[in-house]
Design a protein around this ligand. Sequence first.
Ligand code: AMP
Ligand code: MG
Length: 490
Amino acid sequence: MANYHPLVITNRFAQLPACFYRDVTPQPLDNTRWVMWNSTLAIQFGLPENAPLGELKQQLSGEVEHPQFSPLAMKYAGHQFGVYNPDLGDGRGLLLGELTDAKGSVFDLHLKGAGLTPYSRMGDGRAVLRSTIREYLCSEAMAGLGIATTRALGMLVSDTPVYREKQERGALLLRMAESHVRFGHFEYLFYTNQLAELKLLADKVIEWYWPQLAQAENPYIAMFEQVVDTTALMIAQWQAVGFCHGVMNTDNMSIIGQTFDYGPFAFLDDYDPSYICNHSDYQGRYAFNRQPSIALWNLSALGHALSAIIDKSDIEQQLAQYEIKLQQYYSRQMRAKLGLNTTLEEDGEFFVSLFELLEKTHVDYPRFMRELSNLDHQSPSNVIDLFVDRDSAKTWLERYLLRASKEVDENGNSITAKQRCEQMRKVNPKYVFRNYLAQQAIDKAERGDFSEVQTLAKLLAAPYDEHSKYESYDKLPPEWGKGMEISCSS
Ligand code: AMP
Ligand code: MG
């Protein structure tokens, strides 16, 4: 048997003091059955390649106690839509334990939809099938795009009714991530004046996620610098692919800069910088083009909590780096998308012209980028045909081709269009998470047929490849499927 790795279970979070969590026993759902299982992730952590049956299935779904799991609900707080809420915590998800892979990476195993916890407030502790499918698909899509994210190990559907606007089916998601520590964990400890515990959590974040920082002159400043850096990278990647998170509350911000908590998210179809995907976001606080500044707001809220262990001036100094880092990362992402390796003085204006074109024409953003990666210089109709305003497209394309013709490789040799396009197809996905595709897959799944969910999971995990059997999955959305607003009730 090649590469066999045993299941290694730890409970390091459960060893923290009592104020960090409550022990909770999962409340099983009726007649659960696997509908998705991520074999690659499973094998990595010593779990069976195929969805397990028998005792292990019952343990993973919270029906039977696993002797080595120590299920707990984490306590945290956070700023929701700018307002501090002290009463948050895992309201419907439990940390079962941590799993270690062959390289020594430790991932949390989290069961979402497992029932009531002391932090459920008015909620029922459950997750519905529709939102569980969306999280499964999108987290795997983000991983496919190379964007830091929580992962999905498996999904179970049940016969337990769950009531939202209508009666739905309860489901369970097994989520994995290096960390479930949120900005809101530090805010909770700061605002309840548990400062020794706050320092302890910072020590643990360093020990668990960035052990090399323990050697820094001031490990806490170094930790905050890392949070600023990884957050800036994540936001730059979101903006470059057109991902709109929808609920960037500080309790949904991962301390290690991973895309976290998939709710009413969406990817841009038609380019609209002010797009608001969250049906309940009346003010547009989390609109697509506000994400960069909201992330800074959230980092400032975290910085405020960390003022218990870091000087204010040092926090401000790190915060001041955010915009610089974001710009650098974003510029790198966008240059790669356009196949530009070199930096020329004229590039500032060139990029302005790109965003002017996108905003004016509202072209389908992912398709535009992919078609640009297939550009035939002799007949660029594949790109021009995407536009109603063909003249604007032609004018900009001429400018693009002129700029691209100035590209050279590291030896100073010019780069052929074929080479450039090949590179670009590795960063501009052919298959993207489209809300209308997800909706169609969900509609089928609610009738018991998970084939579309499985197909989408496969395509989105390898989004840059051509999958000739699945050509229709890169179709532009129909009118009803464009710019959908997603409800928060999940
Ligand atoms: P979210 O908007 O998903 O980030 O959730 C905000 C808070 O509400 C978190 O503390 C969640 O655990 C909690 N929550 C969300 N949905 C439910 C639910 N159905 N039952 C209990 N708690 C929930
Ligand atoms: Mg949340």
